[in-house]
Design a protein around this ligand. Structure first.
Ligand SMILES: [Zn+2]
Length: 169
């Protein structure tokens, strides 16, 4: 083997091919990095919304239900969820938090509501199990401890929540 074949001089085309390969690889790397950065932003957004939903649910309970719920429900009882869309919409912008109270009863706090309202709802499986052709699951807006007690009493009565009006407070 001669000196010349060992260090063969690349043709212009070979040089261009090598450059093109390097160029494509760099583009591919950039694209992968941009994708990873976008995915990370999305993860951060979701985590932030989850944390905020739980934080606010807990705060609202302390503020609006100081005598009953605040003493019973801990922050870790809440599970947060991010908003569905890739970007929060104005005035909506956030997730929700739910707490399971047992026996199919859920407390739901959606952040979409105004901050100066508790925005808490009880999700209740109807005792009639759909016998009265109600929607089976009812939502009861609760604004303070007394309303929560009234709702729980109503639920306990076992009557269909659609056809039996709540007792006056
Ligand atoms: Zn019912």
């Amino acid at each position: 083997m001669t000196e010349e074949t060992m260090h063969a001089v690349a043709t212009p085309l070979e040089l261009v091919r090598a450059l093109a390969m390097g160029y494509r690889a760099a583009l591919e790397r950039e694209r992968a990095e941009a994708e990873e950065a976008a995915a990370q932003r999305e993860r951060d957004r979701r985590e932030g919304e989850i944390a905020m939903a739980v934080y606010e649910a807990d705060e609202q309970v302390d503020m609006w239900f100081p005598n009953l719920l605040a003493g019973a429900l801990l922050r870790e009882d809440w599970t947060g969820y991010p908003s569905m869309g890739p970007l929060p919409r104005p005035g909506q912008g956030a997730g929700c938090a739910v707490a399971h109270l047992g026996e199919g009863l859920w407390l739901l706090r959606e952040q979409a509501g105004a901050r100066e309202l508790p925005g808490l709802r009880l999700l209740v499986p109807c005792a009639c199990e759909g016998f009265y052709e109600c929607d089976r699951y009812h939502e009861i807006e609760i604004g303070e401890d007394r309303e929560l007690l009234a709702a729980l009493t109503r639920i306990e009565s076992g009557a269909c929540l659609r056809y039996f009006a709540p007792d006056p407070l």
